[in-house]
Design a protein around this ligand. Structure first.
Ligand SMILES: C[S@@+](CC[C@H](N)C(=O)[O-])C[C@H]1O[C@@H](n2cnc3c(N)ncnc32)[C@H](O)[C@@H]1O
Length: 380
């Protein structure tokens, strides 16, 4: 069976690496997605274990259609009753890049009609639609005349790990936090610091990685659990096998923030994740922090500055660059920031840059090796 793991732009390579290191076959990179093959058990494992996938879909029908009537008829022909029963609620997710099909709302309506009409014709009873918390998510992808109908095996996106109950104003997507750590090639052993931790997403994901804890460890539901093919024993087996690799963390992980409320949020989220014992929490201004070890990694996303004047933000980022240079020699630093003048004013030589997205916000992953002379130009 062929599956498609979807992710956000810029994370395709790291997701493909994850799939390969999890021994998946036929791994191919697409735009914002990576395809792979496997059986249903491997689909469960992908949902439970992949840190950088947002959702995993299973294409069940591919055809061409030139208008809505043809689309309706071909969707009606799919044996939906083999995949789930009429008691399940459904939601239709549409993406269309086509001159013939433009209005995604209308396409979702047509798809829903075809599915429920088939159930009604066969059983006189039909599934209901639930836009908030559906059991079954049907994904319709149209490119010109080519239509792919898939079942979304995840349902709620996989960044919703189940631990983050408390968030600040700009929480980082969990998938992105994990991806930053994986892209940085952190060795899972050395000191990792997030000095502007907010709700603690980076330290918690780091603790998950250091302990080999699957990202789905605290998640209760995936959409595949509502499929007729769902095999509870298989999921238990998949979880047990993955959980057998969980080990104590060797790494020191420090999570600090200027705002005491954020430190409390991070602490409580880490408690929910079961990671609180592996993280040290501190209320601290980054600019007061001092290097206590010769090496380690700083990973953080400083404020983007929606509420800060650009001039102040430029000074703030310049001060971050200066403090990193003077206080963290021998460290690697990874910052996620918006691609603007402020981010440039950090004034350190980047050793790696990747364009990423935090939700709809375009961001820049920037990596710096901090050693004597790493300052690019004079401090402002
Ligand atoms: C964009 S948020 C981080 C979001 C976080 N990664 C999350 O997932 O919730 C930036 C954080 O930087 C903190 N911050 C701002 N200036 C700081 C400073 N000088 N020292 C420490 N923390 C600071 C803010 O309190 C805020 O929580």
């Amino acid at each position: 069976m062929k599956f498609i793991a979807k992710t956000s732009a810029g994370l395709e390579d790291i997701l493909a690496e994850e799939l390969l290191s999890n021994n998946y076959s036929d791994v191919k990179i697409l735009r914002r997605a990576v395809t792979f093959t496997g059986n249903l058990g491997e689909l469960y494992r992908a949902n439970y274990c992949l840190r950088t996938a947002l959702r995993i879909i299973w294409p069940i029908s591919e055809f061409t259609a030139v208008n809505e009537t043809e689309l309706y008829n071909k969707i009606y022909e799919i044996p939906w009753e083999d995949y789930f029963d009429y008691r399940k609620s459904i939601y239709i997710d549409v993406s269309a890049y086509s001159n013939n099909f433009r209005h995604t709302g209308f396409l979702a309506q047509k798809t829903k009609d075809a599915v429920v009409d088939r159930f009604r014709d066969k059983f006189t009873i039909r599934p209901s639609v639930d836009k908030i918390d559906p059991d079954i998510v049907i994904n319709v992808h149209i490119y010109e005349d080519n239509v792919t109908i898939s079942l979304d095996s995840s349902g709620k996106t996989l960044n919703q790990r189940g631990y983050r109950k408390f968030t600040g104003e700009a929480p980082l997507n969990e998938v992105l936090a994990s991806a930053m750590i994986l892209i940085s090639k952190w060795d899972k052993k050395s000191l990792l610091i997030d000095p502007m931790c907010g709700s603690g997403t980076i330290p918690i994901e780091a603790a998950y990685i250091a302990t080999n804890t699957p990202p789905g460890f605290n998640r209760k539901y995936y959409s595949f659990m509502s499929w007729s093919s769902y095999n509870e024993k298989e999921l238990t087996f998949v979880k047990e096998r993955a959980n057998a690799d969980i080990m104590p963390s060797e790494a020191e992980i420090i999570c600090s923030d200027l705002n005491p409320e954020m430190v409390d949020f991070a602490f409580n989220n880490a408690k929910n994740a079961g990671m609180v014992d592996y993280i040290t929490f501190k209320k601290e201004d980054f600019f007061d922090t001092k290097q206590t070890q010769n090496a380690g990694i700083i990973i953080c996303n400083p404020p983007y500055g929606e509420r800060i004047q650009m001039d102040d933000l430029i000074t703030f980022y310049n001060n971050i660059g200066s403090h990193l240079k003077h206080q963290y020699q021998g460290f690697k630093a990874v910052l996620l920031s918006m691609d603007n003048d402020a981010a440039k004013s950090i004034g350190l030589k980047t050793s790696k840059k990747v364009k990423l997205f935090n939700g709809p916000i375009e961001c820049k992953y920037q990596e710096y090796n901090l050693y004597q002379g790493s300052r690019k130009h004079k401090e402002v």
